[in-house]
Design a protein around this ligand. Structure first.
Ligand code: MN
Length: 727
């Protein structure tokens, strides 16, 4: 079944390589590989040479140069036969020998685990690929043929290989824009890593295939007519179904059913010029209804892997939704073959590896990043960390954003302005104080979106990175730089500063004899990654941990543990509400109706109120401006008023936004207790913008009392906003 001969390769190669000298070299490489692998067999049974031959054929289909074909033929020689680097170099030159070496696994080293072995091999390959991009092209062809002949492998090995393919090789193919190979790698891998889903989706695709294809044929005919009528010549139209893996990914990432994915079907229109791409787009939008927000112009802004096309999703008059991709012939080639199309072999043109490497780094920003990565990180980190960082920063789905000067910058999905700043320049990262995205100020943890225009705000006097930033930064690069900054701060200076702050705080609390021990630091601050007393002082010095918290923890809880006091008062007040549950709301014309106060807006006397007549649980009283009223049936609303002689207190929910501050809660409690106001529930959350959001429920008699409470709370300087929930 796997029958293949040198002639098959020759036929393919000879379509674009005619130079007799090169053809002779390729033939010699074949003869060498055949001789070396003689007597070896594939798991599937055939002679081993079939594998390198198939790999070379896959490469020839990409129109790679002679050296790459030769490397494909010899790719398993060093690993599986007695052939040496020197031998290959002597016969075929250094480039070929280095390429073969780049795809050769490490065998002489001892590994502590399979995982470590895999990481070391990936690192080796990524480094080799940084020196010569053709290494990865050979590796992808090798992997593709292995997947095509996967059936003869054991289930464990199959699963491992497929998982590795999805984690490393398919993303690399994607980054190189080699969509045809990427799609095949993905679909074949999914078949073994998730066989049920694979079957399910292919069944779904096949189920309505004829109906769907019928529809698409019809639409293609329509579009042909429209274009012809508008005098657009030289176009071709294809219908296509998305590859199984990308449907699978959409279903899992967006939690959608098969039916909800509407770009399963796509129509591709290929025209002769860029002008015509836009003209055709206009015609498509005039004829069909575009789905909002689905139009993408990858011609003006190519994807980082050089992909160019116009994308839009439209609905036909019969209600069919489909995606339309419009591009030129050249763009279509790049879309299928990626860099292979850009750097296809050109006869009679001297090849220079250095020139090609340089051009690729210019065109593919991520490749330049990889080169930089290799320089910076390869030495000082172990293989696993290195490979993880490459995967995370370079191979994951990316977002791209613009600088105000129009430069496109490519970042992993989930990246923040911090990541961007560090990517541009370390100094920019270290002095960042904020960012402006599309003219709006955003926080440092804002998740960047495709197409955002981002300008970084800096301040020379900024205190620089804190450990908090490590929680915000997504890329290994930014985290690396932040850690470097923090470590560079003089530890002794910070330690002394921390000690001094603690001493002053003890004195302020009139404690003149104290002894902080190692255990105290570990027990109380272990969750802040504190492992010694010195660590604690350093973090106090950096301002990460407050000396007030430390001293309060040491002294005990008498004064500052306001949460405890609060809990007790909450228990008390909850009892009080249950013994006095009259609402104080007057409903005219009804005898003893069942009334409840809405818990969303918590109306209190003085508020304008309305009643909502529910089905079955009486009347619920809302604040006139309650947000929930908008969605309720207006016909069921009732005018209500408060009684005049109310004695009870009512719960009301406040949402307080404040700067993070250790004393904040204590100050709020002081204000409340001085006004004799009880609290019935409390919820405190800190966010990454160094803000604290406090949701507090207090008991008041009416709006007059509430206004007084709010006015007094507003005197606390850390508080920036107070408002009632849902109003
Ligand atoms: Mn192989």
């Amino acid at each position: 079944m796997d029958k293949v001969s040198y002639n098959d390769l020759f036929t393919k190669v000879n379509t674009y390589i005619h130079n007799p000298f090169e053809l002779e070299r390729i033939k010699r490489a074949y003869l060498l590989a055949e001789e070396k692998h003689r007597g070896q067999f594939r798991k599937s049974g055939g002679p081993y040479i079939c594998h390198p031959l198939h790999v070379a054929i896959i490469l020839a289909e990409l129109h790679v140069g002679p050296d790459t074909i030769i490397a494909g033929l010899l790719h398993d020689c060093i690993e599986d036969t007695n052939t040496t680097h020197e031998e290959i170099e002597a016969q075929f030159g250094k480039d070929v020998a280095d390429m073969v070496d780049g795809v050769t696994k490490l065998t002489k080293m001892k590994f502590s685990s399979l995982e470590q072995k895999q990481a070391e091999n990936h690192q080796k390959m990524l480094l080799a690929m940084g020196k010569d991009i053709r290494v990865i092209v050979v590796k992808l062809a090798d992997r593709l043929h292995n997947l095509r002949t996967m059936d003869s492998q054991s289930p464990e090995k199959r699963e491992r290989i497929c998982r590795e393919t999805l984690e490393i090789y398919a993303p690399l193919a994607h980054r190189l824009g080699m969509f045809k190979i990427k799609a095949e790698l993905e679909d074949r891998s999914l078949r073994y890593t998730n066989p049920e889903k694979y079957k399910e989706i292919s069944a779904d695709i096949n189920e309505n295939k004829s109906a769907r294809l019928g529809n698409i044929e019809h639409i293609i005919e329509q579009i042909k007519e429209i274009l012809t009528e508008e005098n657009i010549k030289d176009f071709s139209i294809k219908g296509r179904v998305k590859n199984i893996f990308s449907i699978y990914k959409k279903m899992t990432n967006q939690h959608k059913d098969f039916e909800e994915i509407y770009d399963v079907l796509a129509i591709r229109i290929i025209v002769d010029t860029i002008d015509n791409c836009y003209r055709v787009l206009g015609l498509i939008h005039a004829y069909y209804t575009p789905v909002p927000k689905r139009f993408k112009d990858y011609i003006a802004v190519p994807k980082p892997n050089l992909y160019q096309s116009l994308h839009t999703t439209v609905i036909s008059s019969s209600g069919l939704t489909f995606e339309v991709q419009i591009r030129t012939e050249e763009m279509d080639k790049v879309a299928e073959l990626g860099i292979a199309a850009h750097w296809a072999y050109k006869e009679n043109l001297a090849y220079s590896k250095e020139k090609e490497q340089f051009e690729i780094a210019q065109k593919l920003k991520w490749y330049a990043d990889l080169l930089q990565f290799n320089e910076e990180d390869a030495d000082d980190s172990d293989a696993k960390t290195f490979v993880d960082s490459v995967r995370k920063d370079i191979l994951t789905t990316s977002v791209y954003v613009y600088t105000p000067t129009g430069d496109v910058i490519d970042l992993p999905k989930g990246a923040t302005p911090l990541d961007l700043a560090y990517k541009i320049h370390t100094q920019l990262g270290n002095t960042i104080v904020g960012a402006i995205v599309n003219k709006h100020i955003v926080s440092l943890n804002y998740e960047l979106q495709n197409g955002d225009i981002v300008s970084i705000r800096t301040n020379k006097n900024s205190a620089g990175p804190t450990t908090n930033w490590l929680k915000i930064a997504k890329t290994s690069h930014a985290r690396h730089k932040i850690k470097a900054f923090l470590n560079k701060q003089n530890r002794d200076v910070l330690l002394a500063a921390g000690k001094k702050l603690v001493e002053e705080e003890f004195q302020a609390n009139k404690v003149f004899s104290y002894e902080l021990k190692e255990d105290f630091a570990k027990e109380n601050f272990g969750k802040n990654n504190i492992t010694s007393l010195d660590d604690l002082y350093v973090d106090i010095g950096k301002g990460i941990i407050s000396e007030k918290t430390v001293v309060a923890k040491y002294i005990g809880t008498k004064k500052i543990d306001s949460e405890e006091i609060m809990r007790k008062s909450i228990e008390k007040t909850n009892k009080m509400i249950s013994t006095n549950s009259e609402t104080g709301v007057v409903v005219e014309g009804l005898n003893n109706p069942q009334i409840k106060l809405a818990v969303c807006c918590c109306p209190i006397p003085g508020d304008k109120i309305v009643g909502y007549v529910t089905k079955g649980s009486g009347i619920v009283v809302h604040h006139e401006n309650c947000k929930n009223l908008e969605s309720l049936d207006k016909n069921r609303l009732l005018n209500l008023r408060w009684a005049t002689d109310i004695k009870r207190k009512y719960p009301v929910s406040l949402r307080i936004t404040a700067m993070q501050n250790v004393q904040l809660l204590g100050e709020i409690m002081n204000v409340l207790s001085s006004l004799n106001v009880q609290t019935s529930s409390l919820n405190v959350k800190n966010n990454l913008n160094l803000e604290t959001i406090i949701k507090i429920k207090i008991l008041v008699a009416n709006t007059v009392e509430l206004d007084k409470v709010i006015a007094n709370l507003n005197k606390i300087t850390a508080i920036s906003d107070i408002h009632r929930e849902n109003i």
